[in-house]
Design a protein around this ligand. Structure first.
Ligand SMILES: NC(=O)c1ccc[n+]([C@@H]2O[C@H](COP(=O)([O-])OP(=O)(O)OC[C@H]3O[C@@H](n4cnc5c(N)ncnc54)[C@H](OP(=O)(O)O)[C@@H]3O)[C@@H](O)[C@H]2O)c1
Length: 288
């Protein structure tokens, strides 16, 4: 089986390392050719000497499974490269946070990603977790990978099929709406949830997000808001979020696929907190 991993950053390097342990032909891709990557875990760094190929220069055979682990902002451009890397039955697994990009692909398999890490200039710091949740439907190639991951010793990554994937994906989207917005716009880490007024504002934002998700039918139980707030409280106080790290690096954010996605689906709902947050993120992104 031929496997590709595109985007060897915080999430992709963990997936790449694990795929390299399986008895398949795995190729790694980045924006340019590079020799190897380093993952730091529990204070220890280890170098993996696998070549990362330039995705734009690929002219080889089609892959059976392609994991895409770039930021969501890169997906539209990458989707244009996929037809020459894929055959009719290729399974393309999207490992991005957010929603609204599935339609760029012919037959996407979105994943909810539980791999927590941060890319530094010289290494990826892997904090915790190595798990992908996907929809529960037959996927001939990915099913083989799932079996191989289970049967191979020393492998950390789990790919699980979730019967209620639609709810889980929306819950992750709502979790990201709350913590990404507040950490990015305050330029501060999860410690902000010590503050009662931050928690109150986040609760209002989550309430608006929940109403948008449940606009046509109940997907998420309203009690999930309390759960989300307690999840934020449980995070390491110094932990940032993807959007927080992007803002600190003055980089583009994935807000089009999180906050703006909610706003685009709000219909006639009144969402004052969300609207202010999207306006500030629009302003952050302006001419950047
Ligand atoms: N990090 C986390 O803890 C975490 C947790 C859950 C979900 N997620 C989600 O996972 C996704 C990936 O996030 P991440 O944190 O892994 O990002 P990341 O560390 O920035 O890694 C993205 C990688 O993709 C590469 N890339 C960018 N454009 C590309 C292109 N056109 N072709 C090939 N490679 C390209 C980047 O290379 P360059 O460095 O050259 O740009 C980088 O190595 C995001 O949607 C994020 O929200 C992240």
């Amino acid at each position: 089986m031929k496997i590709a991993v595109i985007g060897i950053g915080a999430v992709g390097s963990v997936i790449a390392r694990e795929m390299m342990m399986l008895p398949h032909d795995t190729t790694l891709f980045g924006r340019s050719r590079k020799e190897g990557f380093t993952i730091q875990e529990d204070g220890e760094s280890r170098h993996y000497p696998y070549t990362i190929e330039d995705i734009n220069a690929y002219e080889g055979d089609a892959f059976d499974v392609i994991f895409i682990a770039t930021k969501a902002t890169a997906l539209k451009a990458i989707s244009r490269l996929i037809p020459r890397m894929a055959h009719d039955d290729t399974e393309v697994i999207l490992c991005e946070n957010g929603m609204g990009f599935d339609e760029y692909f012919a037959a996407p398999i979105p994943a909810v990603v539980y791999i927590s890490g941060q890319k530094h200039a010289d290494r990826v710091e892997h904090f915790q977790d190595a798990r992908l949740l996907i929809e529960d439907r037959p996927l001939p190639y990915t099913d083989r990978i799932i079996d191989d991951l289970e049967a191979t010793t020393g492998v950390e990554l789990e790919i699980e099929k979730a019967a209620d994937f639609g709810r889980i994906r929306h819950e992750k989207l709502l979790i990201n709406l709350g913590i990404n917005s507040l950490t990015a716009l305050s330029n501060n880490t999860a410690k902000i949830f010590d503050l009662e007024n931050v928690t109150d504002l986040t609760r209002r934002l989550l309430g608006e997000g929940l109403d948008i998700i449940n606009r046509e039918r109940e997907i998420i139980d309203p009690s999930f808001i309390d759960k989300a707030l307690s999840i934020y409280q449980s995070y390491n106080r110094e932990m940032g979020t993807s959007m927080y790290y992007d803002v600190m690096a003055e980089a583009s954010t994935e807000y089009m696929y999180i906050q703006k996605y909610f706003q685009q689906h709000k219909g006639d709902l009144d969402t004052p907190v969300l609207d202010i947050i999207v306006t500030l993120l629009d302003a952050y992104q302006y001419e950047r």
